[in-house]
Design a protein around this ligand. Structure first.
Ligand code: HEC
Length: 147
């Protein structure tokens, strides 16, 4: 009993201490002319689907929810954003080569079709990012149309 109590106290202290190690929430500077949606000019409904379902992790326009003030949740969220941008950054579309663009469009179709994206953990807390069957269909056919 004594040991469990000691462990709980230590865990609580650790939890308090890590609150001081917050994440960096500054969005990298971006050139709006290089933005994917600006460059490809999709119909408004497609553009807003991509923005609400993908841009928090795949662009430099991330909106950080309140719980990203709480560690270690914030570290976990930041990890998604870092990896997401590394794989695909819609804000840097203008810097991608033609080959890379073609490859990323292909990957987008796959990820959406297999419903890997947006991440499940994201749609739990962002109901508007949840894609209906209809959304999936129209996103896929639009991505196919720009191949
Ligand atoms: C909560 C953050 C998050 C959201 C929202 C999100 N992604 Fe991702 N995405 C990631 C992460 C993290 C990776 C890299 C690791 C992985 O593949 O799971 C990734 C990887 C990808 C990849 C590359 C896959 C590969 O094979 O390398 C594509 C394409 C992609 N996402 C498309 C999308 C699209 C399209 C949307 C919106 C419909 C979206 N993502 C929404 C976090 C996110």
């Amino acid at each position: 009993m004594k040991l469990i109590k000691r462990f709980l106290v230590l865990a609580l202290i650790a939890l308090v201490i890590i609150q001081f190690i917050s994440i960096d929430k500054t969005n990298p500077p971006t050139d709006p002319a290089k933005d994917f949606i600006t460059m490809t000019n999709p119909p408004a409904n497609i553009g807003s689907l991509i923005k609400s379902a993908c841009y928090d992790c795949h662009s430099n326009h991330t909106e950080y929810p309140w719980y990203t003030n709480v560690q270690p949740v914030a570290w976990w969220v930041k990890g998604h954003i870092k990896n997401g941008r590394k794989k695909l950054n819609f804000s840097e579309w203008g810097d991608y080569s033609a080959d890379k663009r073609a490859h990323k469009i292909e990957e987008n179709i796959e990820e959406i079709e297999e419903r890997h994206m947006p991440l499940k953990s994201y749609t739990w807390s962002h109901a508007d990012a949840k894609l209906s069957d209809n959304d999936v269909e129209s996103l896929m056919s639009w991505f196919r149309s720009i191949k």
